[in-house]
Design a binder for this molecule. Structure first.
Ligand code: BGC
Length: 759
C-alpha cells in the first residue's frame, strides 16, 4: 500500500483563496475543477474547464479555454444566517487534498455571528474512471441546538472568463425530484455541453426548483436536530461534444441516463472506483523519496497528481495548456512547455500518452504549414501558442500603455520559432524510449520532415555559411537576435534526425536529402570559447552586464520591467530563463561536462529566473555536473513556485511546466537519466537530505523499478535492458543490485562490473 501524502490548506485566508483553488484543483484530463469553496467570496474565482473546449468571445479577443457553468457553489443558510468564513468565528479548520483517492476534504467548526456552532464537512472529487463525473457531499451538524437550514445549489451559467461569456443557454430542465439539466452551446455553435446534476438530501425537505437569469437551482429547506448530521449529495455529469451526430434531445437524454446510473451507485462507490484508477497512476508513476524535508514527497505527489489531471489522455485532438486545467492563465493555450517539460513524465511512465500528445501536433500540421506559408517559408512552423485548431493563437498585443493607448506587440508568435525544433526533439525522444516504428514511420517522420523543411527554408546564407536570423530563443528577454545557439543547435538536430529516420525507413527524396546535407554542413553552430562558454547569440556577449541581485531575489515577478523597458532589457546581458543551459540539458551528448559547467557559471548570474521554466533546468544541469547540493537548492526553489508561501503566484492556475520539471529534475537530475546516442543512461546521486529514492520507469518493452539507497541501486525489470550506469554499459534483468562504489573507476566503457542477481 503506497503511503501517499496529502496537500493541506493551512487555514482559511481570503488572500490565498485562489492559490489553493489552483493547486488543490481536481481533474482527470477531460476536465478540471478549481478547488473553490462551496460558499461565495468576492475574490474567489470559480473555474471548471474541459480539455480542448476553446472559444473566442468577440473581436480583439483570442480563443480561450471556456469557463463552464459552476456546479460547486452552494448557498448555505443556517438558522437565517449566511454561512461565510468572513463572519463569525472559525473554531477548527482542516482542508486537504488526499492524493491517494483524489478527494478534496474540508472540515470546519464554525460559530455564527449569532453564537451557534455548526460543523460543516465537504468532500469532492473529479472521477478518474468516469471522465464526465464530478461528485460532492456537504454535511452539516448543528452542535448547540436544532437548526433550520436552507441550501441552494444547481448549475450557474452566469460564470464567465473574467467577464467574457462564451456559452449560450439552450435549454434548462428538471426531472423528478432530484435532477437538473442545462444545455449550452458555444456562441459559434461549434461545441455543445450538457450539464446534468443530481442533488439528494439525507433527510426530508421542502424543496422546489427555479430557473432564472442563467441559473437553474434546487432550493431545499429542512431542519436538523441538535447533534444530527444531514448530508447533501451532488453528482454532476458534464457531457461535451463537437460533432452533432445525435439530436440535442438524444444527447441530453443519454447524459441524464449516465448520471442516473451514478446516482444509484452513490458517492462512496463512485469514489472507490475513481480511487482504484488513481492507484494505477501511482503504481506507474510515483516517485518516492525518504527525505528529512516532508515537503519533498508532497511536491513529487503533487507533480504526478497534476500531470495526470492536466493531460487529456483520452483525446489526441487536445493537448495541455500552460496552466493545465486549473485556471485561465495563458488562456489555456499550449506552448513548447508540453513537449519539453510535460511529455518526458508521460514518455517514461505511460508512453501511449506521449504518443497522443505528439499526434496532437501531427493532426495540427495544416495550421503549422499555413503559418509557414503565410510568412514565406516552406514546411511547418508550429504556432507559438495553440488551442484546438492548430492555428496561431498568441494574442497580437500584450499590455496596453493606458496613457498613450498604444499596445505592445507580442513578439513570440513572430520569432520564437524554436518550438518547431522542440517538437522534433520530442518526436525523437519518443522513438528512442519506445522504438515505436509504426508511429515513427508515419506521423513521426512526417513531423520530422516538415519541421526540417522549415529550417532549411528559414536559414539565410551569409558568406557561404547558413545562419538563422531574427529569432527569440527560450530567453524571452532577448528578442530578435541572430544565431541563437539554442535555436541553431536544435534546428541542426531536427534536420539531422529527419535524415536519420528517412534512412532508417528507406524513404528516398533526393532533393530533401541534398538540401539537408548542405544545411547540416553549413549551418553555423555557435562555438564555445576556450572556457567552454557558448555565446547565446551573435550580439549577446557585447552587451553590458548589470547587477541583477535585486531582481533575482524577486524571481518570477518580472520586477526588472518596472525599472527598464523591454527594449532596454534587450540591450543588456539579462536572461529571463535558461537558454544556453536549456540547450546543454536537451542535447547532453553534444557538450562536455566542462562546457556545461562553464555555461552554468557564466549564464546563471545573468538569469533572473522570471520564468517558471528556468530553475529546474538549471537544477538538472547542475546535478549532471556533479553538484548535487546545488541542484537540490534549485529543485527546492522550483517546487516553491506553486507550493511556496507567495499567496498569489498561482492565482490563475498552476505552473504546468514547473510541475513537470519537479518530476524531470529528480529523474533526469538526481537519478541522472539521459538518453545518449539513443541509449538509456543513469547515474543516481541524491542530495544529503534524502536517504532513499525509488521510481518506476518504462523503457521500450520493459517495466522497470529503481531503488537507490546507501549508494546501492536495485533495479527490477520485466525484461532485460541494456543501460549505462555511472558510465558503464551493462545488461540488467530480473532483480539486480548494483553498488555505486564498483563504478567509480576512471575508464568509462563496457562494464566489467557484475551486479548481484537476486532470485
Ligand atoms: C515563458 C515561456 C513559456 C510560457 C508559458 C513564458 O513566461 O517565457 O517559455 O512557454 O511562459 O509557460
Amino acid at each position: 500500500m503506497l503511503n501517499l501524502s496529502v496537500l493541506t490548506d493551512p487555514g482559511f485566508c481570503p488572500h490565498s483563496l485562489n492559490k489553493y483553488a489552483s493547486i488543490m484543483a481536481g481533474g482527470n484530463g477531460y476536465m478540471g475543477v478549481r478547488a473553490t469553496h462551496e460558499e461565495d467570496y468576492t475574490r474567489q474565482t470559480r473555474g471548471m474547464y474541459l480539455a480542448g473546449l476553446y472559444h473566442r468571445a468577440g473581436c480583439n479577443e483570442t480563443n480561450e479555454l471556456v469557463n463552464l457553468p459552476d456546479v460547486v457553489g452552494i448557498d448555505i443558510e443556517l438558522d437565517g444566517e449566511n454561512f461565510t468564513l468572513l463572519a463569525g468565528e472559525i473554531l477548527s479548520w482542516q482542508r486537504e487534498l488526499a492524493f491517494a483517492n483524489g478527494e478534496l476534504r474540508r472540515s470546519v467548526l464554525w460559530r455564527s455571528p449569532g453564537g451557534k456552532r455548526y460543523r460543516l464537512e465537504s468532500r469532492r472529487f473529479v472521477s478518474l474512471d468516469q471522465l464526465p463525473l464530478v461528485a460532492m457531499q456537504l454535511s452539516i451538524t448543528p452542535v448547540d441546538d436544532a437548526s433550520q437550514v436552507v441550501l441552494k445549489t444547481g448549475i450557474d451559467a452566469t460564470q464567465t472568463n473574467t467577464g467574457r461569456q462564451h456559452l449560450d443557454e439552450m435549454s434548462v430542465r428538471v426531472f423528478d425530484q432530484h435532477y437538473l439539466q442545462g444545455g449550452y452551446e458555444t456562441q459559434d455553435h461549434a461545441a455543445e455541453v450538457v450539464m446534468s446534476a443530481y442533488c439528494r438530501l439525507s433527510t426530508e425537505s421542502d424543496s422546489f426548483f427555479t430557473a432564472k437569469n442563467r441559473r437553474i437551482t434546487a432550493h431545499q429547506a429542512f431542519s436538523i436536530p441538535q447533534g444530527d448530521t444531514v448530508t447533501l449529495e451532488k453528482l454532476v455529469w458534464v457531457a461535451h461534444r463537437r460533432d452533432k451526430a445525435l439530436s440535442q434531445e438524444a444527447f441530453a437524454r443519454n447524459a441524464l441516463a449516465e448520471l442516473k446510473v451514478c446516482a444509484v451507485k452513490g458517492y462512496a462507490a463512485l469514489l472507490k472506483s475513481s480511487a482504484d484508477a488513481w492507484g494505477k497512476i501511482w503504481r506507474d508513476g510515483r516517485v518516492e523519496v525518504a527525505s528529512t524535508e516532508p515537503q519533498d514527497q508532497i511536491a513529487l505527489d503533487y507533480a504526478v497528481w497534476h500531470l495526470t489531471a492536466m493531460t487529456p489522455a483520452h483525446d489526441e485532438r487536445s493537448s495541455i495548456g500552460a496552466k493545465g486545467l486549473t485556471g485561465e492563465g495563458y488562456k489555456g493555450h499550449v506552448f513548447w512547455d508540453t513537449e519539453i517539460f510535460l511529455l518526458p513524465f508521460h514518455l517514461f511512465t505511460r508512453p501511449q500518452i506521449a504518443r497522443s500528445l505528439l499526434r496532437y501536433r501531427w493532426l495540427n500540421l495544416p495550421g503549422a504549414r499555413e503559418k509557414a506559408r503565410r510568412n514565406g517559408w516552406p514546411g511547418a512552423l508550429f504556432p507559438w501558442e495553440s488551442a484546438a485548431s492548430g492555428q496561431e493563437e498568441t494574442p497580437e498585443f500584450a499590455a496596453i500603455n493606458i496613457r498613450t493607448g498604444t499596445r505592445q506587440k507580442v513578439a513570440s508568435a513572430l520569432a520564437e520559432h524554436h518550438i518547431v525544433a522542440d517538437i522534433a526533439w520530442a518526436v525523437v525522444a519518443y522513438w528512442q524510449a519506445t522504438h515505436d516504428d509504426d508511429f515513427m514511420r508515419n506521423e513521426g517522420l512526417k513531423l520530422l520532415m516538415e519541421t526540417a523543411t522549415f529550417w532549411m527554408g528559414r536559414a539565410t546564407e551569409v558568406n557561404g555559411r547558413l545562419e538563422i536570423h531574427n529569432v527569440i530563443g527560450p530567453d524571452e528577454y532577448t528578442e530578435h537576435v541572430n544565431n541563437n545557439a539554442y535555436t541553431n543547435y536544435l534546428a541542426w538536430h531536427n534536420v539531422a534526425s529527419a535524415c536519420q529516420f528517412m534512412a532508417r525507413f528507406k524513404r528516398e527524396e533526393r532533393r530533401f536529402t541534398e538540401n539537408a546535407s548542405r544545411f547540416l554542413e553549413r549551418l553555423w553552430l555557435p562555438e564555445a570559447d576556450a572556457d567552454g562558454v557558448i555565446p547565446q547569440d551573435d550580439s549577446f556577449l557585447a552587451k553590458p552586464v548589470i547587477d541583477l541581485s535585486r531582481y533575482k531575489a524577486q524571481a518570477g515577478k518580472q520586477t526588472i520591467l518596472l525599472d527598464y523597458s523591454r527594449a532596454e532589457v534587450n540591450e543588456m546581458q539579462i536572461l529571463k530563463q535558461a537558454d544556453v543551459v536549456m540547450l546543454n540539458y536537451l542535447l547532453p551528448e553534444r557538450f562536455t561536462p566542462q562546457q556545461c559547467a562553464a555555461n552554468l557559471a557564466f549564464y546563471e548570474p545573468r538569469t533572473i529566473h522570471d520564468s517558471s521554466l528556468s530553475k529546474a533546468i538549471h537544477g538538472i544541469v547542475t546535478a549532471r555536473c556533479g553538484d548535487t547540493e546545488g541542484a537540490y537548492a534549485f529543485w527546492r526553489d522550483g517546487i516553491a513556485i506553486d507550493l511556496g508561501d507567495d499567496p498569489h503566484s498561482s492565482d490563475d492556475g498552476i505552473h504546468a511546466a514547473a510541475t513537470g520539471a519537479i518530476w524531470s529534475a529528480v529523474i533526469q537530475g538526481f537519478a541522472g537519466l539521459q538518453i545518449v546516442e539513443g541509449e538509456l543512461h543513469l547515474a543516481p546521486r541524491i542530495p544529503a537530505h534524502w536517504q532513499k529514492l525509488t521510481f518506476p520507469l518504462r523503457w521500450r518493452n520493459a517495466r522497470m523499478h529503481f531503488t537507490f539507497e546507501n549508494a546501492v541501486l536495485t533495479i527490477e525489470t520485466s525484461a532485460p535492458v541494456t543501460l549505462t550506469l555511472w558510465g558503464k554499459t551493462l545488461m540488467t534483468s530480473g532483480r539486480q543490485v548494483w553498488s555505486q562504489k564498483d563504478f567509480i573507476t576512471p575508464d568509462a566503457g563496457t562494464a566489467t562490473t557484475e551486479g548481484s542477481h537476486d532470485a
